[in-house]
Design a binder for this molecule. Structure first.
Ligand code: ATP
Ligand code: MG
Length: 587
């Protein structure tokens, strides 16, 4: 395998990275010891995410430290210290208790990135109820489906979202007892079962004691992105916090003076595990921006908020690349020291662009809703092989496996392709798909959790993403991962994004077909199409290079920013589009 290596120089390591010696930390690591970095509930009463995220800092010297800074889309700024966050989340937990919401009951939140969302999430966990976030841009049907699957007891949402998306279908969700209205726009309400959360919070006590929490109590219900089909509700337990905390330290390299910005929405797992929990358990400052992506606004946020660690996604990075390096240079980004990316394969071109534009490469890491936290990563202290997902976290055993008649076998041979598998049993591993025990069971074979992604492992233990098992292209006896082809296409100066599928073919079984969107200043033409075909053929060879290229203004993506190749394929073949509940508007 050929790759570009980015070597870490000493001056890139201003504060000594936590994972300075990967091999040694990995060989001495145990989850029991990682648990010791957390406090636990007093008197041995178990482990609760909200205690670790809020209470333990609020009851010590870190109480006045800034926990969350909220940037409103219209320029308003609100600061929440650990002490204040503790009080507000106590109040929310007391509201739930007063309403008769018990441990294990599901509390859903349907809202944009507003402060109340964060308060409700942590207050729910204090009450030992199960927090389930819904992406605010969902339409009524996806909302109804998820509330029904999760048997929601409480829904926290804004007046506007309630009126537009929930009111009409409320009567069909039998389990839903309470709707609590939040946000600036909320109206006085007289509807049965709908209350103003602001009033309830005022009346509630600011003191709350978290009850005994079994580390195996369910804490979070997270729906997957729906890239490959109907979203699944993955359940996570309170002790997932051990992995959240540990990965914040090792994969994102949190240090106590860091200002961290995770750009993901809590409607997706990244926005909860790393947009809420991990920075708080580390006691650092987390920046929350209510607004949607906007290149200039983002550069301003990085500069003005003095972000030191930035966790974002390939789609956003590619959008920034589209606007060029000159734009970045206008900003003072000297505080920025660590850049990370997740959600989709990160093309080598994007990793290198990070270095050119920001002076730091992007560090790709891999995980899923089901894994609850980062599993494979490029680390601050480790050289990067551009295009690789990196190496497994301490405590995580990853392998490339093949399914056999009796189970699975580990593929020992380096650079051979197979399914990415993780040895079952880490703390943030999902404990079930809500109400789908059979589907859950099928994910585990012979002690391995099978991820549904295909990967390769090189001689040095770096993992390379090939594609989702469903997306892999079979052509003339070869298996081709779309990522490899897409990465070459975006090396071309005209290409902004590429999505590659297998198109059925009577001779070759499938042929490689690419959909491409162009950078500003380029227009589709027959000449450019021919140029791109030749460009990819020269780099990939005739078998792997696309045979067909179609230009699109934008590629269909999930709202969490993942290219939906199954939709490109369905559209190409004129087949039904399947579940599109998570499709980004206008895709
Ligand atoms: P669904 O399971 O509903 O189809 P999804 O798999 O997209 O949706 P998520 O759990 O949000 O839902 O996404 C996890 C998937 O995203 C991974 O299985 C992988 O395919 C992809 N992914 C995440 N990070 C990376 C990465 N760094 N490189 C390559 N792929 C990644
Ligand atoms: Mg998935």
């Amino acid at each position: 395998m050929a790759w570009t290596t980015i070597t870490k120089s000493r001056n890139q390591r201003r504060s000594a990275p936590h994972l300075h010696d990967y091999e040694s930390v990995r060989s001495h690591f145990s989850w029991e010891q990682a648990r010791q970095d957390l406090e636990g509930l007093p008197h041995g009463q178990g482990l609760n995410i909200a205690h670790e995220a809020v209470v333990r800092h609020a009851s010590g010297a870190r109480a006045p430290h800034l926990a969350i800074r909220w940037l409103g889309k219209n320029g308003m700024v609100q600061d929440y210290s650990y002490g204040r966050l503790n009080e507000l989340t106590n109040r929310f937990a007391n509201v739930l208790r007063r309403l008769g919401v018990n441990a294990g009951d599901r509390v859903f939140v349907l809202a944009g990135r507003i402060p109340e969302l964060y308060i409700a999430a942590l207050g729910t966990l204090k009450n030992r109820s199960v927090f389930s976030p819904l992406f605010s841009a969902f339409g009524p049907e996806p909302i109804r489906a998820r509330l029904t699957i999760g048997q929601a007891k409480v829904l926290v949402t804004t007046s506007a979202l309630y009126q537009r998306k929930v009111a009409a279908l409320r009567s069909t969700i039998a389990s839903l007892e309470h709707v609590l209205l939040i946000g600036e726009d909320r109206q006085p309400t007289t509807i049965d079962g709908v209350q103003d959360l602001g009033l309830l919070m005022q009346e509630a006590s600011p003191d709350f004691t978290i009850g005994p929490t079994d580390p195996e109590d369910v804490a979070l219900l997270h729906f997957t992105s729906g890239t490959t089909g109907t979203p699944k509700g993955a359940m996570h337990v309170h002790q997932a916090v051990i992995a959240h905390h540990m990965t914040g330290k090792y994969a994102l390299d949190f240090h106590e003076d860091d200002r961290f910005w995770c750009t993901a929405d809590p409607g997706w797992v990244t926005g909860t595990s790393y947009g809420i929990i991990a920075p708080l358990t580390s006691g650092i400052t987390s920046i929350v921006d209510e607004a949607e992506y906007d290149t200039e606004r983002w550069y301003h946020t990085l500069q003005d908020q003095q972000i030191s660690i930035w966790y974002t996604a390939p789609t956003a990075i590619r959008m920034m690349m589209k606007s060029g390096v000159d734009m970045v240079r206008k900003y003072d980004l000297h505080r920025l020291r660590f850049l990370a990316s997740v959600g989709e394969p990160l093309n080598p071109e994007a990793v290198l662009w990070g270095r050119e534009a920001f002076g730091h490469p992007f560090h790709d890491n891999w995980w899923q809703t089901e894994t609850g936290g980062i599993m494979i990563a490029n680390y601050a202290a480790m050289d990067i092989r551009a295009g690789s997902m990196g190496r497994p976290l301490p405590g995580i055993e990853a392998a490339v496996v093949r399914r056999t008649e009796n189970g699975v076998e580990v593929v020992e041979e380096p650079n051979a392709q197979g399914e990415l598998a993780l040895r079952a049993g880490w703390p943030s591993m999902f404990r079930g798909y809500w109400n789908e025990p059979e589907r859950y069971k099928k994910c585990f074979v012979g002690g391995w959790y099978l991820t549904g992604d295909l990967a390769k492992r090189d001689d040095d233990g770096y993992f390379w993403f090939v594609g989702r098992a469903d997306d892999v292209i079979k052509t003339s006896g070869h298996l081709i991962g779309p990522f490899e082809v897409e990465s070459v296409l975006i090396e071309h100066k005209a290409v902004a994004e590429a999505g590659v599928i297998g198109k059925p073919d009577p001779v070759a079984m499938e042929v490689v077909k690419a959909f491409v969107s162009l950078k500003d200043g380029y227009a589709p033409s027959e000449e450019l199409r021919r140029e791109l075909l030749g460009f990819s053929r020269a780099r990939l060879g005739a078998v792997v290079a696309p045979k067909e290229i179609t230009f699109l203004a934008t590629l269909p993506k999930t709202r969490s920013g993942k290219i939906m190749r199954r939709l490109l394929k369905a559209r190409e073949l004129g087949l039904p589009e399947g579940d599109t509940s998570t499709l980004e508007a206008g895709s």
